[in-house]
Design a protein. Structure first.
Length: 495
């Protein structure tokens, strides 16, 4: 095999061996040519230490890469780790291969990514390697339905989720996951030298969250989590919005983000779906719709890359946000005086995770009660979330702000007390993350400022033991309605 140039397999957000089309294609190419297989991973400095990086995600990524390398070695292969950026590291690697194998094409296989950053990177890499005789093969595997595969009848991208989901369900019927290979072609001899700066990676992989709260990395751990979730999934419809119910949601989002598990395999394991019965929403159908939401938001950024930095609905860029730095700081610190909001923000910092309902409550409070630009909240979430996915995070924040696709109307503003009473009915979530209020029972724990007697009985004083509310919800609601109304009012001169 040393007389044949290796087939390159570039791992990115697909750190697994099962249901991996790029891996399967690379193995087939290597076996057909009698060539070695060179799996590799490039550590991108911008993703590790850039302005939108997260130490929690870098820790999870590093640990997932370690486990991937072990899984590869168990199958007779290995993983080459390179220092990025890929636009420099991969041409350098190919140059060294070319010196040993000056003739013939070299094949590079990788999983197609959908974010604006990834598309530019992959385009630049493909162009630079093409001049060195490398044939690049982008395969599916990050989402279930590729972002350019599902369009409306008029050939435009979907901007409303419900019709998208109906078509998506049609597309995924009969999906079958690929099995992990038992053995892999050997790596080249000699194996190229690792160039990763491990000290650099380790320095930026010290999590801000407590490690015991972070999910277990690796494909084997993700598979155990799937097996456990399969038994709980039928109850998803009745448990998914209970903030304190740790077993009410799958906790697979971090594994999906780095690709320790394939979303396509998850769907394959659930099919065929149970019928949707009249008057009852199936937990399994509801959960698979969350997988579809992930695909939906990926295709939003694919077709509208401007939404990564600006409002998907351009008119919403005219909103005059408050720019209140003190309120933003209080929100980040979990010190707004609204217990359910503070519980959510403290959970984020302590665990690198936030319940999806809590994400909506916290995001609505920032954008609608405090009138702070959604991009501030989106960036803060990305700095802490171990599952921080650019497309899903952006889509969720724009949904709450009203500026995105299929967004809630701007005049629908969450009341944090009502939300808490509905989704934390016994106060267990607030009690866990805001322990200074643990002595209060409902309803006082959700609105302590309105229950002076309960505060007194518990020996608590607002402003000393817990913050006073930094804003009055009713007044804030009117301010937000006015600000949005002014920004979105049609220009008479445009008629």
């Amino acid at each position: 095999m040393n007389d044949v140039a290796p087939v390159l397999l570039w791992f990115r957000r697909d750190l697994r061996l099962a249901d991996h089309p790029a891996l399967a294609a690379a193995v087939a190419a290597a076996e057909e040519r009698g060539a070695p297989l060179l799996p590799l991973f490039v550590w991108e400095p911008g993703l590790i230490a850039g302005p939108r990086s997260s130490a929690n995600r870098t820790w999870f990524l590093r640990e997932s890469v370690i486990r991937l390398a072990a899984d590869l070695r168990a199958r007779g292969s290995d993983l080459l780790e390179l220092r990025g950026p890929a636009t420099a590291a991969l041409p350098e690697l190919v140059g060294s291969i070319r010196r040993r194998h000056p003739d013939g094409a070299i094949d590079l296989f990788f999983t197609r990514d959908h974010t604006p950053y990834a598309r530019k990177r992959d385009g630049d890499v493909t162009e630079r390697l093409g001049s060195l005789g490398v044939r690049a093969h982008a395969k599916r595997g990050l989402v279930v339905v590729e972002s350019d595969e599902l369009l409306t009848g008029s050939g435009t991208p979907y901007s409303v989720y419900t019709p998208y989901f109906r078509r998506w369900l049609e597309q995924v019927q009969g999906v079958v996951a690929l099995q992990a290979p038992r053995r892999l072609p050997p790596t080249p001899e000699p194996m190229p030298t690792h160039t990763v700066d491990r000290e650099f990676v380790d320095t930026h992989a010290v999590p801000t969250a407590a490690v015991e709260h972070l999910p277990e990395p690796g494909e084997a751990a993700a598979r155990r989590r799937i097996d456990a979730w399969m038994g709980s999934m039928p109850q998803y419809a009745v448990r998914r919005n209970t903030l304190a119910d740790d077993a009410g949601t799958s906790h697979l989002s971090a594994a999906l983000h780095v690709g320790s598990v394939s979303a396509r395999e998850l769907v394959a394991r659930i099919l065929p779906l149970p019928p949707e019965r009249v008057g009852e929403r199936s937990g399994i159908r509801l959960w698979i719709s969350q997988v579809a939401w992930r695909d939906f938001y990926a295709q939003v950024l694919w077709h509208a890359p401007h939404a990564a930095k600006r409002a998907w609905r351009p008119a919403y860029d005219a909103i005059r946000w408050s720019g209140d730095a003190e309120s933003l700081a209080a929100w980040k610190a979990g010190a707004t005086g609204y217990p359910v909001v503070d519980a959510a923000m403290r959970q984020l910092v302590a665990t690198g995770f936030m319940h999806n309902r809590a994400r909506m409550i916290a995001a609505s409070f920032l954008t609608k009660d405090l009138l702070v630009d959604w991009r501030e909240g989106e960036a803060h979430f990305l700095r802490h979330l171990v599952d921080g996915d650019v497309s899903a995070n952006n889509g969720g924040w724009q949904w709450c702000a009203g500026s995105g696709t299929d967004a809630q109307p701007y005049f629908r503003i969450f009341n944090p007390v009502t939300q808490a009473s509905t989704f934390d009915a016994d106060g267990a979530y607030v009690r866990r993350w805001v322990p200074e209020l643990a002595a209060l029972s409902v309803p006082a724990i959700h609105a302590p400022w309105a229950h002076a007697g309960a505060l007194g009985a518990a020996g608590l004083q607002l402003g000393r033991d817990y913050p006073l509310p930094i804003v009055d919800h009713a007044a804030a609601r009117q301010r937000t309605l006015h600000a949005y109304g002014v920004a979105l009012k049609p220009d008479p001169g445009s008629r």
